[in-house]
Design a protein around this ligand. Structure first.
Ligand code: GLC
Ligand code: CA
Length: 513
C-alpha cells in the first residue's frame, strides 16, 4: 500500500464547520469562514484539515445523517465554495480530508425513499431490510412502520440513520433477507460508495476520515468481512487515486490498517484506555497524580507491535463526540497534556479550540443531535468582539461559552505564556526534530509518574519526561541525559546514577548520550 508522503509530517486540525467561523451573519459557520482562518491554522503549525460532514442533511446528527452525498449543505456554501477551500488550502501547502459516512444515510436520502417503496426498484437492496415489518433485525435497532414496503430497516446509529447494505459476513441461511457480501445489492452499495469518493477526490479533496468504518458488514464479529470490504476500496484507490489519504474511526488499528487505512484513531470507545489519560475521574494528566497511564501504555505498545510499519495510530486532543480536554484538565496541565499529544508517533489531531483550552459548556440543551456532546461543539472564540468574533448575528445556532474569562485566540496570541503559544512551540519542536515526528519509533521507559519515553528516528534521539503531578517524581533511566532542549515548568531534572528525579508539573525534552 502506498502512503501519501505528506502524511509523514502532517499535523491535523479538526474543524466542526457549523461552529468555526460565520462570515455571512446567519449564526452558523461556513466554508468562507474556514478559508478566512487557513492562515491562522497554518501559523499554528497544522498543515492538514479534517472537516466534519458538510453535505446536505436535515442535521439531526450534526450532518452525520447525509441526505445527498454529492451536494454540500447550502448553509456552508456551494460545491464550488468547497472546491475553492481545497484550492486555498493547497496554495498554502495544506491538505483537506472530508468526512465520509459510509454506514448509513438520513431517512431523507433519495436512496432510502426509493428503498422504502413497495415496488422493486434499483434501491430495494441498498439498505438492510427484513422481509416483514413484524421481524426486527437481531441485535440492531430498526425503523418500522413508516414505509409501504413490508419490512423493518436496520439502523446504524440513531433511529433516523438507516443502515446501508454491504451484506452479512455470515448470513443466517434461515433468513433470506440477510444477503451475502457478494450479492448484487451489497455490491451495488459498495460501487455507489466508490462513486461518492471518486466525486470528491476529483473535486480536489485529499482523502477521507471515515465514520464508523468498522461497522459496515453485518454479523461480522471479528471484522473480517469489513476488512475485506475496505481492501476492495483500497484496490480502487490504488488504481485511481493513489495519493488519497484514508483515516478510520475504528479504534482497532490492527484491523483498520489491514483494511488499507493509513491511520486509525485511538478513541474514547474501544479497548484503548485513551480516556485514562484525559477523561476520567483521576485522569493521568490532572495534577492530582493519582492517575494511571500503565494500561494505556500496555495497549498502545501492543497495537504498535501489530501495526508497525503498516500505518499510523493517531491520538486526538479530542473531537466532536467527547468532552473537551479542558473539562478535566486545567491550567498548566493542559500544556503538559499537549506536550504528550505532540510528541507521540502518528499524526496529531487538534480539535478546534483545544489549542486555547476552550471549555466544555455545561448544561446545554441538545442541538442537532449532540446531546451530551453539545457542550464540546460551541462556537470558536476568536476575539473580544460580539460573539467572540464567531458571528455578527444576534442568534447563534448553538450557545457559546458565556463566561467572562473565556479564552480567545486574540488574547492568547498576545501572551507568550499562553496555551496557544505553547502548542505552537511544541509543533515547531516536533517539526524540527525527526525523532519526534509521525514515523519515529518509541520506547517507553516509565509508565507511571513521570511518564518517560525515548523517541528516535534516523539516528536522532529525544527523551521525553512528563510529570503532570503536583509532586516530585523519579524513575530509572537507562539512558544518560545529555541536555534539555525544551521544557515546560520551572525546574530541571536531577540525575544520581540512573535515578532521574523531576520536579512537579514539568515536561523535559532531552537529548541522550
Ligand atoms: C461517529 C461520529 C458521530 C456520529 C456517529 C454516527 O461516531 O463521530 O458524531 O454521531 O458516528 O454517524
Ligand atoms: Ca454562515
Amino acid at each position: 500500500m502506498h502512503q501519501p508522503k505528506w502524511l509523514d509530517t502532517a499535523v491535523f486540525y479538526e474543524i466542526y464547520p457549523q461552529s468555526f467561523n460565520d462570515t455571512n451573519g446567519d449564526g452558523i459557520g461556513d466554508f468562507e469562514g474556514v478559508i478566512e482562518k487557513l492562515d491562522y491554522i497554518k501559523k499554528l503549525g497544522c498543515d492538514a484539515l479534517w472537516i466534519n460532514p458538510c453535505f446536505e442533511s436535515p442535521f439531526m446528527d450534526a450532518g452525520y445523517d447525509v441526505s445527498d452525498y454529492l451536494k454540500t449543505a447550502p448553509r456552508y456554501g456551494t460545491n464550488d465554495d468547497l472546491k475553492r477551500l481545497f484550492d486555498e488550502a493547497h496554495k498554502r501547502g495544506m491538505h483537506v480530508l472530508l468526512d465520509l459516512v459510509p454506514g448509513h444515510t438520513s431517512v431523507e436520502h433519495e436512496w432510502f425513499k426509493q428503498s422504502a417503496r413497495a415496488e422493486q426498484n434499483e434501491y430495494t437492496n441498498r439498505y438492510v431490510w427484513t422481509d416483514s415489518v413484524w421481524e426486527s433485525p437481531e441485535g440492531m435497532g430498526c425503523i418500522r412502520g413508516i414505509s409501504d414496503r413490508d419490512g423493518s430497516c436496520a439502523v446504524n446509529f440513531f433511529s433516523h440513520q438507516p443502515a446501508l447494505n454491504y451484506g452479512f459476513y455470515k448470513p443466517d441461511p434461515s433468513k433470506k433477507w440477510q444477503q451475502s457480501m457478494d450479492a448484487e445489492g451489497p455490491r451495488a452499495t459498495l460501487e455507489a460508495l466508490k462513486d461518492v469518493m471518486r466525486f470528491w477526490l476529483r473535486a480536489g479533496c485529499d482523502g477521507f476520515r471515515v465514520d464508523m468504518a468498522g461497522s459496515l458488514v453485518k454479523n461480522d464479529p471479528d471484522g473480517e468481512g469489513t476488512i475485506a470490504l475496505w481492501q476492495n476500496v483500497r484496490a480502487f484507490l490504488d488504481a485511481e487515486f493513489p495519493e488519497a489519504a484514508m483515516i478510520s474511526e475504528w479504534g482497532e488499528p490492527d484491523k483498520s490498517l489491514r483494511g488499507g487505512f493509513h491511520m486509525d484513531f485511538l478513541l474514547h470507545f474501544g479497548p484503548s484506555h485513551y480516556n485514562d489519560l484525559f477523561r476520567c475521574e483521576e485522569s493521568f494528566f490532572s495534577e492530582s497524580g493519582k492517575g494511571d497511564a500503565s494500561k494505556f501504555v500496555e495497549k498502545y505498545v501492543e497495537n504498535l507491535e501489530k501495526t508497525d510499519g503498516k500505518g499510523l495510530i493517531c491520538i486526538p486532543s479530542g473531537n466532536h463526540d467527547m468532552d473537551r480536554l479542558a473539562r478535566s484538565i486545567h491550567g498548566e496541565n493542559l500544556k503538559i497534556a499537549f506536550a504528550f499529544l505532540l510528541s507521540m508517533p502518528g499524526a496529531p489531531f487538534i480539535y478546534y479550540g483545544d489549542e486555547i483550552g476552550m471549555r466544555y459548556v455545561e448544561g446545554l440543551t441538545s442541538v442537532e443531535g449532540g446531546y451530551g456532546r453539545t457542550g464540546s461543539r460551541s462556537p470558536m472564540q476568536w476575539d473580544d468582539s460580539k460573539n467572540a468574533g464567531f458571528s455578527s448575528d444576534d442568534t447563534l445556532y448553538v450557545k457559546q461559552d458565556e463566561a467572562e474569562d473565556r479564552p480567545t485566540v486574540k488574547a492568547q496570541l498576545a501572551d507568550n505564556m499562553s496555551l496557544l503559544n505553547e502548542v505552537k512551540r511544541l509543533i515547531k519542536l516536533r517539526r524540527e526534530n525527526k525523532a519526534l515526528g509521525n514515523l519515529g519509533g518509541i520506547e517507553f521507559l516509565n509508565a507511571g509518574y513521570p511518564l518517560a519515553y525515548l523517541r528516535s528516528a534516523e539516528g536522532e534521539r529525544v527523551l521525553v519526561i512528563i510529570n503532570p503531578s503536583d509532586s516530585e517524581r523519579e524513575f530509572t533511566c537507562k539512558y544518560e541525559i545529555d541536555r534539555v532542549i525544551y521544557s515546560i515548568g520551572k525546574g530541571t531534572y536531577i540525575a544520581v546514577g540512573n535515578k532521574v528525579t523531576v520536579p512537579p508539573r514539568t515536561v523535559l525534552f532531552c537529548t541522550v548520550k
